[in-house]
Design a protein around this ligand. Structure first.
Ligand SMILES: O=P(O)(O)OC[C@@H](O)[C@@H](O)c1c[nH]c2ccccc12
Length: 262
């Protein structure tokens, strides 16, 4: 059983519980800035800055972090969007973290970073202030991905559609995803390789699709590499969570875009 299998098994239990206890509140309209527009209009690398206390691959990263203080620093340093890990079991996050960040930061696009397998989790994310959800191609069948994608879009959400290989990228293209995240980390082995972005981005030729390079971004060189192969945005967690100077780290990441020929 891979770690992804274990996480999805846990999500099935959580969804069952949610269905029993979750009192659906009135759906709030999503009124944050659009992630898609922000990425597509920017002349510099867009940064989705992540609040992540711990992870199955790294263990403890920054256990004592105050998510609101961290997110405010991200905003001040020029983040395009904030991502909050909400999974409790494997990442030590919570929906409460998402809510408090949502109240403190009213405008930036806000990603509920979790493993979505059911519409009720999307409702919960919206209730807690998210404007973006993640769909992980490796976790679901194409019909489920299509259903959840359509549902999220119907609520006015942005969807970060995460892929790790060519086959998953083809699924993303068939579904019509406009923001494709290429995860450099294999969620089954934890292996990280930035060349994943290069390989998979080569298949995504449409300039109207925003490509996000995810995971393992540490240095300005890493960002330059991702930019050179077509990424207009990066999703960065650990490097920012460990940074002693978030403003300097963000300035390193926010490089100009060159309109790479792909
Ligand atoms: O901390 P990193 O290596 O900068 O990675 C951030 C982000 O890409 C990573 O947290 C992530 C990408 N896809 C995911 C899916 C689930 C949980 C976590 C993730």
């Amino acid at each position: 059983m891979t770690i992804l299998d274990r996480i999805i098994a846990q999500k099935e239990i959580e969804v069952k519980d949610l269905k029993a206890i979750y009192a659906f509140k009135q759906q709030k309209p999503v009124k944050r800035r659009s992630l898609y527009d922000s990425i597509q209009k920017s002349d510099t690398m867009s940064v989705i800055a992540e609040v992540k206390r711990a992870s199955p691959s790294k263990g403890e990263i920054n256990q004592k972090v105050d998510p609101v203080a961290q997110a405010k620093q991200y905003e001040k340093a020029g983040a395009t969007a904030i991502s909050v890990l909400t999974d409790r079991q494997f990442f030590n996050g919570s929906m409460a973290d998402l809510s408090s960040v949502a109240s403190a930061i009213p405008e930036l696009p806000l990603l509920c970073k979790d493993f979505m397998i059911d519409r009720i989790q999307i409702d919960t994310a919206v209730d807690h202030g998210a404007s973006i959800i993640l769909l992980i191609a490796a976790a679901l069948k194409e019909e489920q991905l299509r259903d959840l994608y359509g549902y999220a879009k119907s609520l006015g959400l942005d969807v970060l559609f995460e892929v790790h290989n060519e086959k998953e990228a083809e699924t993303a293209l068939r579904i019509g995803a406009d923001i494709i995240g290429i995860n450099n980390r294999d969620l089954k082995t934890f292996n990280v390789d930035l060349a994943t972005t290069e390989r998979v981005a080569a298949l995504i030729k449409d300039e109207n699709i925003a490509i996000v390079s995810e995971s393992g971004i540490r240095t300005r060189e890493d960002v330059a590499f991702a930019e050179g192969v077509g990424a207009k945005a990066v999703l960065v967690g650990e490097t920012l969570m460990r940074s002693a100077n978030i403003e300097a780290t963000m300035n390193d990441i926010r490089i100009p875009l060159h309109k790479a020929v792909r």
